[in-house]
Design a protein around this ligand. Structure first.
Ligand code: GLA
Length: 381
């Protein structure tokens, strides 16, 4: 379909097509920029790009979602004030050039079915798809971690959203039927088989688009840095909240201002939950996995304060359905999606019950997706 869109728009056929997935994070929220651990899954919502090299230095982009075009020269890359979606591609091109890769002109048609603004990382998918397209057309390959870092830089420095590494990393390195345990300090990672037995991962879109997210996100980052500096004063080997154990936290928490204390309490406990969740998954103990998801939500709601009424209602309703070991908000928060573990027999019931009660309580229309763990970015044959 993206090849047809390309041909229709440009009047000739594309050469190649690439894809990059969005993600859902199972556990480990707001830990990535604290050098901590996360456990995301690449999902079967993705950004696809059909591409063809063109002579010269022009890059012409066509968004099939917005039916808009944006063009730029590789010799002068600046943001496009009117076509903001193109900035993700422009930023990636800029940092590829800066990193020394040589790029030629390109025509590209882009389409994504990752819901925008619902916390499933449509922007990371677009960045990673763009990097993969440039690789494909210019005959070079980056390793996954390097590509993820470059895409993160495009988002931080070009788009201006100060995100961590998780979204780009999973979009590059996801593997079908696996969750990815990422150590966001070393960028070491492990593919963890997603053996869910009779359970499924269900994403619930609250229909509440994320608000506030940039300013609150940056505020949380600052509070975490403040907490890390406090602990570094006590324990010289602390470089980030990742290095603080729960015992150390509990011993000194009272000396911290209350907001910073809460933020640190979340991050320190969440990192431990990720590692326990991975053990639970390996042991096939989905009850324990679900309880950790529940605890994560409570911590994000009460300590990190990034949930919102819609997320809380959906999580509460999900947990009331029999056959649901755990449910939590996922992603940055302030709207977007929940993620729940649901037994296969309860799937229909779950979707009907939660949807009806959620609609009644919020007036919003929710959407549910039963998640399939997919491969990270690559060419489409
Ligand atoms: C957003 C950011 C990620 C991560 C999550 C919270 O998705 O892009 O880097 O910080 O929020 O876990």
């Amino acid at each position: 379909m993206i090849r047809e869109a390309f041909e229709k728009h440009f009047g000739f056929a594309p050469d190649a097509a690439v894809r990059a997935p969005g993600r859902v994070n199972l556990i480990g929220e707001h830990t990535d920029y604290n050098d901590g651990f996360v456990l995301p899954v690449a999902i079967d919502f993705q950004v696809v790009m059909a591409v063809r090299p063109r002579a010269g230095r022009q890059v012409r982009l066509y968004s099939a979602n917005f039916e808009r075009e944006s063009a730029f020269s590789l010799d002068n890359i600046a943001p496009d004030r009117h076509e903001k979606w193109s900035d993700y591609v422009r930023g990636v091109a800029l940092y590829l050039l800066e990193a020394g890769f040589s790029l030629g002109g390109m025509d590209a048609a882009i389409y994504g079915d990752v819901p925008i603004g619902s916390g499933l990382s449509s922007s990371a998918a677009l960045e990673v798809a763009a990097a993969t397209a440039f690789e494909r057309l210019n005959g070079f390959r980056m390793d996954g971690a390097q590509k993820a870092k470059l895409c993160q830089k495009a988002e931080n420095a070009f788009v201006g959203m100060n995100c961590g590494i998780m979204d780009q990393f999973i979009s590059c390195l996801g593997q079908a039927e696996h969750a990815l345990l990422i150590d966001c300090r070393s960028l070491g990672y492990e593919q963890v088989p997603l053996d869910l037995g009779g359970y499924r991962i269900v994403i619930g879109d609250t229909g509440k688009r994320r608000g506030l997210v940039d300013s609150e996100y940056n505020a949380r980052r600052k509070e975490c840095e403040e907490a890390a500096a406090f602990f570094a004063g006590l324990y010289p080997r602390v470089r980030a909240l990742r290095d603080v154990t729960y015992e150390q936290y509990a011993k000194h928490a009272d000396s911290l201002p209350s907001t910073v204390r809460k933020r640190a309490g979340h991050v320190v406990s969440e990192n431990e939950r990720v590692l326990r969740a991975v053990s639970a998954l390996r042991e096939g103990d989905l009850g324990a996995f679900g309880r950790l998801m529940d605890e994560s939500h409570e911590s994000l709601r009460d300590l990190y304060e990034v949930s919102c009424p819609e997320l809380d209602v959906m999580v509460e309703l999900a947990r009331a359905v029999p056959g649901v070991p755990g449910s939590r908000m996922t992603g940055a928060g302030f709207g977007g999606c929940t993620v729940s573990l649901v037994s296969a027999e309860s799937l229909d019931h779950f979707q009907k019950e939660v949807a009806a009660a959620y609609r009644a309580r919020t007036g919003l229309e929710p959407k549910f997706y039963v998640c399939r763990a997919c491969d990270g970015a690559g060419p489409i044959e």
